[in-house]
Ligand binder design. Structure first.
Ligand code: CMP
Length: 140
């Protein structure tokens, strides 16, 4: 399987509850390596730009307001099959459907406040990484 990179966001509900370390441990235990990381506080406009693909969804306003409500930790995770592996470790979008042991099953509060985001495909991973990081910030 090819080595891939994927974008991860630890969301405001998790940073607020001081869960950053526990979540990163789940990634590392699954064999994913953090090759870039920063803690930032998005504006609603920046959150809206990142989630532009969802702009016509009824939850768009709620989503962008939430993502700008507290700091987030944005990271690039690297490993074999990293995109699918990250999604496996995160669990289903709705924590009610997430498999036991996944981040969302253990930590997420609701479908909106679901602790983590992860890229869903190679093309979006590339775009999402470039949204937050320059090449110089990807340090291996
Ligand atoms: P994420 O993987 O970050 O991608 C889009 C986000 O929209 C998703 O996680 C959820 O947090 C959010 N989302 C999806 N469905 C709903 C919903 N019904 N209500 C509120 N937020 C939602």
């Amino acid at each position: 399987m090819a080595v891939e990179r994927t974008l991860s966001i630890i969301k405001p509900d998790a940073t607020k509850r001081n869960l950053t370390g526990k979540i990163i441990a789940k990634f590392e235990e699954a064999g994913l390596r953090v090759v870039a990381s920063k803690r930032i506080h998005l504006t609603p406009a920046q959150a809206g730009k990142f989630y532009e693909v969802h702009k016509d969804r009824p939850f768009f306003g709620e989503l962008t307001e939430f993502m700008a409500s507290e700091p987030v930790v944005v990271q690039v995770l690297e490993g074999e099959g990293a995109i699918a592996k990250n999604r496996e470790v995160m669990g289903a979008t709705n924590p009610a459907d997430a498999a036991p042991g996944t981040i969302r099953a253990e930590f997420a509060e609701s479908v909106g406040e679901n602790s983590v985001h992860g890229s869903d495909a190679p093309e979006t991973a590339k775009e999402e990484i470039a949204f937050f990081f320059s090449g110089l910030e990807l340090v291996g």
